[in-house]
Design a protein around this ligand. Structure first.
Ligand SMILES: Cc1cc2nc3c(=O)[nH]c(=O)nc-3n(C[C@H](O)[C@H](O)[C@H](O)COP(=O)(O)OP(=O)(O)OC[C@H]3O[C@@H](n4cnc5c(N)ncnc54)[C@H](O)[C@@H]3O)c2cc1C
Length: 419
């Protein structure tokens, strides 16, 4: 077949990562077109409000995408430990669990990075790639999927044809809607309030998470000593927190964190994001495939959303390259079904696990409180269980793409690093 053209709709972290993986891979002979409705990412002097906890697997994907060096040289914080505890307990007491990277022979459990920094670094990596064209302020308004080609209509009237459309356009995915792919899921009727805070006590490169009946409260370490707060709450509760003065907000945050990081001294701007669970019934059609939040959106309590998305990007990259090497059409549904079968099980398992944890912890029934306390204490007391959780949090379970495990990309193997 002729050299393919793959159009990726959505220049978020996941769409950019796939574009870069394809653009850097000599085995992919075709063109890549990345279409993003918004502006190119801009890096501000101060930390952006949105940050993500990137697992080791995501770091490897970003290395392969040519973006990690810039990310690591800018402002990121490793988190080497994780402390999780129930509202009725305290760190270090029954009803709490402590995870450590050292326990699995790794330097860090992951890194806290601003979303915009990840996008910025990927965007810069893409700028140097001959076979990739990146178009910002370019909204896709319509989609027609044929047997042999796909047509995308842009807001300015232009029509782009391609071999395959990749929908990386986020949880509200207009492309998924246009293709009439149904989703299952529900709103948590919660919002996550996010801000950056300066606390009296140092964060000690630890991710702290306290489960409150109203939702989990997390403190993620930033490189300048502050912590990024993700505070899940009822919609009314979140809106109320947004309306408080800084002083009132800091007082409530200090109480909600049980003073674990001492007094809360200062906070930055605050914003809230609605939380929902969403899963696409199908990840593909003839000439169309979904990745990242377009395929699945998850509660942020264990910081897994974009980590799953990067695994989607790496798995799809591998599927497409192998299909092309075998002389197959990368837009054929049978090829795309291989990617769907590969990723759906892992994504669904993670969605279900996070949903279960969210339900178990977000209530104040005394019987469930006892089960929670016992469960956390048990995991804490059993090193194999703790290690299994750590491996899962680092993305080291399930059927991983060769990029992360195999000899095809020396230097990206994880096996020797995580024992
Ligand atoms: C409070 C909060 C905390 C989180 N913390 C973590 C964490 O710690 N770790 C983690 O792994 N995940 C976390 N997540 C989840 C993570 O942010 C998402 O999984 C991730 O941003 C999804 O990336 P994406 O590229 O798939 O989609 P998006 O980031 O939504 O990008 C989609 C892109 O598509 C573009 N687009 C949309 N429609 C069109 C169109 N018609 N034409 C062209 N372009 C279009 C949009 O402009 C956008 O740039 C968190 C989420 C929340 C809400």
């Amino acid at each position: 077949m002729n050299a393919p053209t793959i159009c990726i709709v959505g220049g978020g972290m996941v769409g950019c990562a796939l574009a870069a993986l394809l653009g850097r891979d000599q085995r992919y002979p075709g063109a890549v077109v990345l279409l993003e409705a918004g502006d190119p990412p801009a890096l501000k002097d101060d930390y952006d409000l949105r940050v993500v906890a990137l697992a080791t697997t995501s770091q490897r994907v970003l290395e392969a995408a040519g973006a990690w060096r810039e990310i690591a040289a800018t402002r990121i914080s490793p988190y080497r430990e994780m402390q999780v505890w129930d509202a009725a307990s305290k760190p270090g007491f029954p009803g709490s669990v402590h995870f450590s990277a050292a326990e699995v022979g790794a330097a860090a459990l992951g890194h806290i990075v601003e979303n915009q920094l990840v996008r910025h670094a990927l965007w810069r990596s893409l700028a140097g790639m001959e076979r990739v064209s990146v178009r910002s302020n370019c909204r896709v308004d319509d989609l027609r999927l044929g047997d042999g080609t796909a047509l995308l209509s842009l807001a300015d009237g232009e029509v782009v044809d391609c071999t395959l459309v990749v929908a990386a356009d986020g949880a509200s995915s207009p492309i998924r809607e246009m293709a009439e792919i149904e989703t299952t899921g529900w709103s948590y009727r919660q919002k996550a309030v996010v801000t950056h805070v300066q606390s009296q006590l140092p964060h000690r490169e630890t991710a702290w998470q306290r489960f409150l009946p109203s939702g989990p409260l997390a403190f993620l370490p930033l490189a300048d000593g502050r912590s990024s707060v993700v505070w899940s709450n009822t919609v009314g509760g979140a809106d109320r927190l947004l309306g408080l003065s800084d002083k009132e907000f800091l007082g409530e945050l200090e109480a909600a964190s049980d003073g674990t990081l001492g007094r809360m001294l200062a906070c930055g701007q605050r914003a809230a994001f609605p939380l929902r669970l969403l899963h696409a019934r199908n990840y593909c059609r003839q000439r169309l495939v979904l990745i990242g939040d377009a395929a699945h959106a998850i509660h942020p309590l264990a910081g897994q959303g974009v980590n799953l998305g990067f695994l989607d990007a790496a798995a799809l990259h591998e599927t497409l390259v192998k299909a092309l090497q075998a002389g197959e059409d990368p837009g054929d549904r049978l090829v795309l079904r291989r990617y769907e079968r590969w990723r759906k099980g892992d994504n669904l398992a993670m969605l279900a696990a996070m949903d279960g944890i969210k339900r178990l912890f977000s209530n104040d029934l005394p019987s469930l409180a006892r089960i929670r306390g016992l469960g956390l204490s048990l995991v804490n007391a059993l090193p194999p269980a703790r290690k299994a959780f750590v491996r899962r949090a680092m993305g080291m379970s399930g059927d991983l793409p060769e990029l992360l495990t195999g000899p095809a990309h020396p230097g990206y193997g994880l096996r020797e690093e995580v024992r």
